[in-house]
Write a protein that binds this ligand. Structure first.
Ligand SMILES: Cc1cc2nc3c(=O)[nH]c(=O)nc-3n(C[C@H](O)[C@H](O)[C@H](O)COP(=O)(O)OP(=O)(O)OC[C@H]3O[C@@H](n4cnc5c(N)ncnc54)[C@H](O)[C@@H]3O)c2cc1C
Length: 406
């Protein structure tokens, strides 16, 4: 007797429907942001006639390629508000979605290596506290107490002069987050459609009334783009030029090690950040590759520089081996802040420009994007992140807090 084969994980968590000919809302991109948008459209606004269209497989883009760092210690009021909203949502999401995605609030250190870093860090701690974000300034001996394997000797090339510390920050298991959101969105009636690439837009005059896909035309009352590194290419098909550049961003992991690294350490100055995954891999990332590109891979010299910086900060890693490297495509705006809001084309909305740091924002991006699509108006949290700030000049410059850091 042959047993019925079990469905492969994780597809059994959601249906795999064929696309209908029409939906109230179509969301393009089934990364974390698209899935969170669909979930909150259904949960917060009762809009369940929703399709999320994904050209590849669910959460196969940046959502599965990031280094999972979550924090909210950004400089400006607007950023602190949206990232802190996300952090508060993270704190309750595992229970709400009934899915343990290993959210671990182990704290994040942002190191200072120069006087300018120190000034910027102390200023940011002050700004964070005024915004209700937990933040501390630590002197080198206090930094060593939080992370004993970090080299805080003054005799290094870039000595650690101090660090900002956000205790509530941490990491979560990214693919599980996507599956948790997908399962709940599906239960609420959302169609998650993989292998469905949006190739163009259906228009009636200046209004978008649907999308062209490799699986046929799909009509939609409203369309929301959540396509991360592909946002500008997609928007151009609707006649919009986004102020976004796409870059490769790489990361890597070591083989498994015993737990040695209790927190997350980031250094903008030497261009590396490091945490240790639950199962023991050291997870490391660096800055973007400088050129524009859509290949999901980066250059070797970036990894080489990243490793040199890591060994300098953590001499204990000298004998660790790189097990696996990978790359994603990140969409970077001129002020290192995202765009969430309306576009000049009626019924078309965009969520993009999260660059190297959008994983941490996943729930808040979904929450505010769903609100904007459902009501046609921005939520107070995303109103400052409108596209028109690049013409009004009301920029939200987060290069200091974003940069290498995530
Ligand atoms: C190496 C790396 C490390 C990172 N580390 C961190 C970190 O530690 N912390 C942090 O906060 N952020 C981090 N990020 C950034 C973060 O991953 C992104 O900002 C975030 O994932 C973007 O949102 P998303 O999950 O929806 O994107 P994605 O998962 O990329 O989703 C977009 C989806 O749109 C789909 N799509 C594109 N075009 C079309 C089309 N025409 N039709 C249909 N579907 C389409 C894509 O296939 C993709 O699945 C990192 C990114 C990388 C690459």
């Amino acid at each position: 007797m042959t047993a019925e084969p079990l469905p492969e994980h994780p597809d059994f968590l959601w249906r795999n429907p064929d696309p209908k000919r029409s939906y109230d809302v179509v969301v393009v991109g089934a990364g974390g942001h698209g899935l969170a948008t669909a979930y909150y459209l259904a949960k917060n606004h009762g809009i369940t006639d929703v399709a999320v269209l994904e050209k590849g497989w669910l959460a196969g883009g940046n959502m599965a390629r990031n280094t999972t760092i979550i924090r909210s210690n950004y400089l400006w009021d607007e950023s602190a508000a949206i990232y802190e909203h996300a952090l508060k949502l993270w704190e309750r999401l595992p229970e709400e979605l009934d899915y343990d995605f290993l959210f671990s609030q182990r704290g994040v250190l942002n190191l200072a290596h120069t006087l300018q870093d120190v000034r910027e860090g102390v200023r940011r701690v002050g700004a964070n506290r005024l915004n209700g974000v937990d933040a501390e300034w630590l002197e080198p001996d206090e930094v060593a107490k939080v992370c004993p394997i970090l080299n805080v000797s003054p005799r290094t090339r870039y000595p650690v002069l101090g660090a900002t510390f956000q205790p509530r920050a941490g990491i979560a298991k990214h693919d599980h987050v996507a599956w948790a959101l997908a399962r709940r969105a599906d239960e609420l009636g959302v169609d998650l459609i993989q292998g469905c690439e949006v190739t163009g837009f259906l228009k009636d005059g200046d209004r978008v009334v649907g999308v062209e896909t490799n699986r046929g035309r799909i009509h939609a009352g409203r369309v929301g783009l959540a396509a991360a590194g592909h946002s500008s290419v997609l928007a151009e098909r609707a006649g919009i030029r986004l102020p976004v550049q796409s870059h490769p961003l790489q990361a890597l992991v070591s083989e498994l090690h015993e737990p040695v690294h209790p927190t997350v350490v980031m250094s903008n100055h030497v261009h590396v950040y490091v945490s240790q995954a639950h199962k023991g891999e050291l997870v490391m990332g660096a800055g973007v590759d400088a050129y524009n590109g859509y290949g999901q891979r980066g250059s070797f010299h970036v990894i080489e520089q990243q490793m040199a910086a890591a060994v300098e900060l953590f001499p204990v890693f000298a004998r660790a081996h790189v097990l696996r490297t990978w790359g994603g495509i990140v969409d970077v705006t001129p002020d290192a802040s995202p765009v969430i809001g309306r576009t000049p084309v009626e019924n078309l909305y965009v969520n993009c420009g999260w660059g190297t740091g959008g994983f941490k924002a996943t729930p808040a991006a979904g929450w505010t994007f769903a609100h904007t699509i459902a009501t046609g108006e921005p939520h107070p949290l995303n109103a400052p992140f409108a596209l028109d700030r690049f013409t009004t000049g009301a920029l939200i410059d987060e290069h200091g807090a974003a940069a290498v850091a995530h």
